[in-house]
Design a protein around this ligand. Structure first.
Ligand SMILES: Nc1ncnc2c1ncn2[C@@H]1O[C@H](COP(=O)(O)OP(=O)(O)O)[C@@H](O)[C@H]1O
Ligand SMILES: [Mg+2]
Length: 316
């Protein structure tokens, strides 16, 4: 039913404590405006810090709209808390969030399912410290160095020259968790939105910079977005199926956005699946929704109507 939660207490969980707090605040504010303009009367904005979550737990809302990017808000932790409180929430469940957020786990599942993802290895933090203390070890370049569990391109470096390798390891070590070294795919970048397993569309991203880094994502007006991505129909269908399969093997639900590279031979390579993609008025997934005639307010309500508990899906 459309507008199931219109007269309920809706909590928008935003902000939080991850590296992506600033973006999350923007997503939360966009949801807030959307709900108010739809006539929702009982909207509560919850900054998902320890204090904010404690307050929420002491007086739980009827439903939670999640605007949390990165860290505890996207890795299943906040979702687990909401499961315990029996508050239905938007997006993927505990398991889907946890597997998607860890790029090593996600890529292992892609590989097991026969889905193309660039070769990679993971170095634990002690091993990186050791490499940094003996910088004569041969670097495998070109490669991409990235944190296993971060987002928004924070700590990601495309390494094309051997002398960039150690700086790249240091940058990734500023984020929590292990470090991934991934084969670099030279080519075009694509991002694909899915809603409840259905392909919303494909966008090509053409940054004006070295790659789609934090600045290109949020600050550079010269980043070019081509929608729909100018690729042949057959390739679009192949990519759509690939992303649907990736979503399925990770066990995600609701709205997700998958990032891919297309190499010089037009072969797609999966990089990751985001379970809480950016949702500001100018973000990519809302652009895809608008492209199919769904305005941001309506899109927000569709997500809210889809709020679920793992518990209901598994045992209900
Ligand atoms: N293997 C790769 N080959 C080429 N570019 C890459 C690769 N991995 C990441 N990138 C670039 O870095 C960006 C961020 O990497 P991604 O794996 O999507 O992590 P994040 O979770 O930070 O978005 C991508 O959007 C892309 O521009
Ligand atoms: Mg990404």
């Amino acid at each position: 039913m459309v507008g199931t939660w219109r007269s309920s207490r809706v909590a928008v969980l935003y902000g939080g404590v991850s590296d992506e707090r600033e973006v999350s605040i923007k997503t939360g504010e966009a949801f807030h405006f959307a709900l108010l303009s739809l006539g929702y009367k009982k909207v509560e904005m919850v900054d998902a810090t320890g204090e904010g979550l404690l307050k929420l737990a002491s007086n739980p809302p009827d439903v939670a709209l999640l605007a949390l990017h990165g860290g505890l808000g996207e890795n299943g932790s906040v979702q687990g808390m909401l499961e315990c409180l029996k508050v239905p929430y938007t997006g993927s469940g505990v398991h889907g969030c946890a597997t998607a957020m860890n790029k090593d786990t996600a890529k292992s599942l892609f590989r097991m399912a026969g889905l193309p993802t660039p070769d990679w290895q993971v170095l634990d933090r002690a091993r990186v410290e050791q490499i940094l203390s003996q910088p004569d070890i041969d670097a495998q370049v070109p490669c991409v160095v990235k944190p296993v569990t971060s987002g928004s391109s924070v700590g990601v470096t495309l390494v094309r020259e051997a002398d960039q390798y150690y700086g790249a390891l240091e940058a990734a070590m500023r984020c929590p968790g292990p470090v991934m070294i991934e084969a670099l795919i030279e080519g075009r970048e694509l991002t694909v939105g899915l809603m409840d397993g259905q392909v919303m569309g494909i966008i090509e991203i053409a940054p004006d910079r070295n790659f789609y880094d934090y600045k290109a994502k949020y600050q550079d007006p010269k980043t070019n977005y081509l929608m729909p991505a100018p690729i042949p129909d057959r390739l679009q269908q192949e990519i759509g199926r690939l992303v649907q399969e990736a979503n399925r093997v990770l066990g995600c639900r609701g709205v997700v956005r998958a990032d891919l590279m297309l190499d010089a031979e037009d072969r797609p390579w999966l990089l990751e699946v985001n379970t809480t993609p950016g949702m500001t008025e100018t973000s990519l997934v809302p652009k895809l929704a608008r492209g199919s005639g769904i305005e941001f307010e309506q899109f927000t309500e569709m997500m809210l109507d889809n709020a679920r508990l793992d518990a209901d899906l598994q045992y209900g």
